[in-house]
Ligand binder design. Structure first.
Ligand code: SAH
Length: 465
């Protein structure tokens, strides 16, 4: 089984830097399924080719392992196509040998890693369920020139028809990281052999690797279905890939938002102060049924579940990945059942009216509004203050005036923030909302107060008037 990658970009031997594999020697590694070697059959200034050669050991593969349901007996375990065709094992090898290149990193030639160069990949024996036509449907929309030839089952007996293998050559001017990423995702999509465990992490991996091309690929659905195999995971991924306008990257944004903001604000461990402050205001109000809107990975929910005063704690977020994380972190299965039974996690967006949000005493909206496009704020205002209408709303958002005091910060605290308000702007907005919907607004600083710039975070407390 072999994959070759060639370039005519000059000097072509720079391919060795891009792949982090020196052309003058062979690189080998042992894997559970056999041995993998990377070597360069040609390495001149004009043209350079790296070959990844895999020696799959079909006997080693089944040693110590029982036959899987659906496999046709012992013989199939020993006599199979794994040694001869490019398949999902190749994906493991690509990740191990070319992982850095796939991530677009190259210390020696960083600008070249960012540059589209002429590349050709050849897989002389690729297992392709769906045949030549499907191979084309996968690669052509990505801008590859595709040469695909179905291999006959047996050259002596053409009447037996084609095998499920194709001889594939892909050519395009692309960044090497793009080519590797496309192969990484699409080889298993074509192979579809079930030999590795697919769990929810795979959804995230697919979304990460699919960034920038999968959401607009005409075969998006087949790719996702075949890659993930499970209907539930497929749906999870597809829902994110077709997220409504303006929320395309909800998961990625949310994750980075959390990480980046935490980094910026670490010195004052502001986030914990903020969550404690929000919890305390809600506790004081005597609330029993509480919403956490834009709950992220559920930090506030964990605080709320510790308080016996609360009878229902409902978290909602637009990002499935965040909700899955919240579920894992809260781990309701490990909580006493009287605590776990208070919890509900909902998938939903705060800019759509939602009947599930009615009948609550209090709602927390912590560091969420700055992620909404300003024109959508009006929808959010009605969803929360007119329709859901909790007795108390506790809402926090960064105070932009304080940003100068964060070392090294230029611009917003996170690139997904659509705005960051001064105290005046926030109070102006909040008082307007309160007046329009019949609430009273009060304000509290969160974090250390600077005499001129105020506190890093600002909290608005809205009570029904
Ligand atoms: N409240 C959490 C998370 C803040 S990050 C905390 O303080 O730790 C912002 C969160 O808002 C993310 O989880 C993001 O997915 C969510 N979010 C963004 N737009 C949303 C929308 N329209 N509806 C619901 N949640 C949204």
């Amino acid at each position: 089984m072999i994959l070759t990658i060639s370039t005519t970009h000059q000097p072509a031997t720079d391919l060795g830097y891009l792949l982090h594999k020196n052309p003058s020697r062979m690189h080998s590694g042992e894997f559970g399924f056999g041995k993998v070697h990377v070597l360069y059959p040609e390495a001149t200034e004009e043209r350079c080719t790296a070959a990844m050669v895999m020696e799959v050991d079909p006997v080693g593969l089944v040693r110590g392992r029982k036959g899987q349901p659906g496999e046709s007996g012992v013989l199939a375990q020993y006599v199979n196509d794994r040694p001869y065709s490019a398949n999902s094992f190749m994906v493991t090898a690509i990740r191990e040998f070319f992982g850095t290149a796939m991530n677009g990193r190259c210390k020696e030639r960083p600008e070249l890693a960012e540059t589209a160069i002429p590349l050709t990949a050849r897989l002389p024996s690729l297992r392709a369920k769906g045949g030549e036509a499907f191979v084309r449907a996968l690669f052509e929309p990505l801008g590859y020139e595709v040469e695909a030839r179905a291999l006959p089952l047996d050259q002596e007996f053409p009447e037996w028809g084609d095998s499920p293998y194709v001889d594939l050559t892909l050519s395009a001017t692309k960044r090497l990281s793009e080519l590797l990423t496309h192969l990484y995702v699409l080889i298993p999509v074509l192979d579809m052999a079930k030999h590795y465990w697919i769990d929810e992490d795979e959804v995230e991996k697919l979304l990460k690797r699919g960034e920038g091309w999968l959401a607009t690929h005409p075969q998006k659905e087949s790719i996702t279905r075949r890659y993930l195999r499970h209907r539930r995971l497929t749906n999870l991924a597809l829902e994110q890939l077709v997220a409504p306008e303006g929320e395309e990257d909800a998961d990625e944004q949310a994750e980075e938002a959390a990480a980046q903001e935490e980094a910026v604000e670490r010195r004052v461990s502001l986030h914990d102060q903020r969550l404690n402050a929000v919890r305390d205001v809600i506790l004081e109000s005597g609330a029993k049924r509480v919403l956490d809107l834009g709950c992220g990975e559920g930090k506030l929910i964990r605080l709320l579940l510790k308080e016996t005063q609360f009878e229902a704690v409902v978290g909602m977020d637009v990002s499935h990945v965040q909700l899955e994380k919240a579920h894992q972190r809260i781990n309701p299965d490990r909580l006493p059942s009287r605590v776990a039974s208070k919890l509900t996690l909902l998938h939903g967006s705060l800019v759509y009216r939602d009947a599930r949000l009615t009948g609550f005493d209090a709602a927390a909206v912590v560091e969420v509004i700055e992620h909404l496009d300003e024109p959508r704020l009006a929808a959010f205002e009605r969803v929360l203050f007119e329709f859901a209408r909790p007795k108390l709303v506790v809402l926090t958002t960064p105070n932009r005036e304080y940003n100068d005091l964060f070392e090294g910060l230029t611009g917003f605290r996170h690139r997904d923030h659509r705005f960051e308000w001064t105290r005046g702007e926030f109070e102006g907005w909040a008082n307007g909302v309160a007046a329009r919907f019949g609430y009273r607004a009060e304000f509290q600083p969160v974090g250390p107060v600077d005499p001129e710039r105020g506190a890093p975070s600002q909290m608005g407390i809205f009570g029904i008037a």
